[in-house]
Design a protein around this ligand. Sequence first.
Ligand SMILES: [Zn+2]
Ligand SMILES: [Zn+2]
Length: 165
Amino acid sequence: MREYQVSVAGLLRGSGQQQAFEIVSALEGLYVTSSKVDADQPVAVDGEVEAAGEGLLVSVRVRTRFHGECVRCLEPVSGDLEVEARELFREGETTEETYGFNGEVVDLSELIHDQVVMTLPAVPLCRPECLGLCQRCGKNLNLGPCGCDLERGDPRWAGLDQPGS
Ligand SMILES: [Zn+2]
Ligand SMILES: [Zn+2]
């Protein structure tokens, strides 16, 4: 978890306004109920740190891939995840309201974690029009009809339901 650290010694000493960074590593704990970023999946971040009045302004772009399970048909789903953020880091500990930094190093792990978790699909679908599984027999209806007739009733008996006959 120490990999996403950016040295800002130069910025703090007033030499230069910006400090660019580009880091590829991996992070654990990136998951929501139905999707996740694997712990060994590379997570690429790039961006820059700027000296701001009350702290350091961090602009970051995070890119990785997620894996999940379609909530309708339970088939595997994966896709690219990209998110950009801009956050102020203040000297001190990270709290619920603000990101903190100590000494001459800004640790971006928490920010990356928060952004990825917010962006992971909560309801992943293999495709928007996924037909899901048959509630009766469990067949994946994307592969074709299963022969069960849940809503419409059995067509062989439809004639008997006609009113007035
Ligand atoms: Zn599906
Ligand atoms: Zn069925």
